[in-house]
Each structure stands twice: as structure tokens, then as C-alpha cells.
Design a binder for this molecule. Sequence first.
Ligand code: C5P
Length: 227
Amino acid sequence: MAVIGVVQPAPVERIIVALDSTSPEQLFPLVDALMNSGVQWFKVGLATWISGGPGFVDRLRAKGARVFLDLKLHDIPHQVRLATQSASNLGVELLTIHACGGAEMVAAARDGASAGMRVIAVTVLTSLDATVTDVICAGEKAVASGADGLVCSPREVKAVRQSLGGDVLLVTPGIRPSWSTRDDQKRIASPRDAIHWGSDLLVIGRPITQAQDPITAVQRILDELAA
Ligand code: C5P
């Protein structure tokens, strides 16, 4: 496991709640309630970024939240270097790029990022079908070019961990507790299996944010992880 910080994180510190919304300002009561339950990490994806922008990230940071900016950057190296610099200036701690952007782009992303920000390469989207070999191949190239970690599905995390070792930060979306719906995710697994197989951080969106009671949903996930 790649450790975030000095001590091994508690289960609640491994949950990243994906905030996907066209009206992100409305999410702040939910963010407050989740933070009161111990959640530290929030993911700002494309929809939320386009609607809420840097101001939304600033407000999250002012609350003490840790921010994962999931913009999946894929552009020419110069543009990506500037973008990662800007994300670092916002106090973002995790930022995604696409592994398929190539070695030079991945290196430029790392070059633009501050020491406090980890650049995470998306191997293959969890809404697509992919083989483990596809994911490992994309992951190895990205890490060799400077990526600090990878996004992969929990189904591949064990093989990726075996292939790339313990230092690479592995972040897994496609997390579905047994009681939640699959939605558009294809390569899914339970939170417990994902951690067991070697995931460091679990990205969980709709099973929490669309739950009738999001706080109870988080508690059920934590109970499952503790069992
Ligand atoms: O709601 P759900 O739990 O499916 O949310 C998953 C989140 O993870 C979404 O914000 C999605 O954009 C993101 N993600 C993903 N697959 C990847 C990378 C990121 O689902 N490979």
C-alpha cells in the first residue's frame, strides 16, 4: 500500500466522495455533514469544475477538505504543465491526467506540479471494457514517465500492485457496495474487496451522494470495511 501521510490511514480517510453536479454550491450541506462524519477527501470532476470552478475548490479547501481534482488532463505537454501548476496553486492534492497522453505529457504534468500534489494517471476508464494487460501496460508507461499514481478499477488493482510495487498510489473508482446500483460502471467491486486487493483510496460517488441518507451510506461502507 502506498501510504498518504506518515501513518496508515483510517478507513474513513480512504474514502473520496465524488461530487458530480451541475449545481455544486448545493452540495455544501452534504459536504459539511460528510466532514462531520470524518470524510476528508472530495473529488471535483468535470461537471462540478465547469459549474463551480476554482471558487468551489477554494471553499472546499477553506473547510479543511482534501481535494482531488479529476480533470483527466489530455493535451500538449506545455498546456498540461501550466494546468498542473495552476492546480497546485489551488491547494489540490491529487490531479488526474490521461495515461494515453504519452510520456512527454505525463512528464510535463509532474514537472508543473508542486511537491504536495500527486499526479495520477487514468489508465482505462472504468466505464469501458479493458483487459488487465491493457491497464498494466498503460500504468507502467505512465509511472515510468513520472506519474505518482494510477487510477484503475478495483478489478485490476491486485495485478497492477503486483506489477508496479507498493509505492505507487492506487486510486479506484467503480466502487459499488452490495446494496447499491451499478449505474454506468462496468468494472466494479465492493469497498472491502478493493482495499483487500491493494487499493489505497476509494472513489465513491452515487452510492453515497444519491443515497436517501448519505451519512448512513458512509457508515454502512465503514462497517463493511471493519468487518
Ligand atoms: O458515482 P460513481 O461512484 O460511479 O462515481 C465515480 C467517479 O469516478 C466519477 O466522478 C467518475 O468521473 C470517476 N472516474 C471513473 N472512472 C475512472 C476515473 C474516474 O468512474 N477511470
